[in-house]
Design a protein around this ligand. Sequence first.
Ligand code: TYC
Length: 114
Amino acid sequence: MIDHSVWVAGPGDKDGDDGTSTVLETRTRTKRPPLYKVLLLNDDYTPMEFVVAVLERFFGMSHAQAFEIMLTVHKKGVAVVGVFSHEIAETKVAQVMDFARQHQHPLQCTMEKE
Ligand code: TYC
């Protein structure tokens, strides 16, 4: 993200001639875009195998990785399953929620700013 700001300072007597000069200075700042955590929430009904399949399908995890994260959510109630730009995080959340609804599971997926 690039913020092209124009900083205006003045009026001020910069060079000591008469006291009514206006100084214009431009500078370019680069800011990193904000990142968003995608969270998966536990519930009592969604089958473990379904959650594992979601993590493999939408988050590119291996079966072993997916199983490990699924168990973390099952035991702790929530886990971060990835960190993305706002647009990608929104897409992941929508994909998981649509897939869960299609299969009539109450699985919940949300995002929050890191
Ligand atoms: N708690 C679920 C069960 O016992 C499994 C589960 C894990 C559900 C992770 C959701 O995000 C979840 N069947």
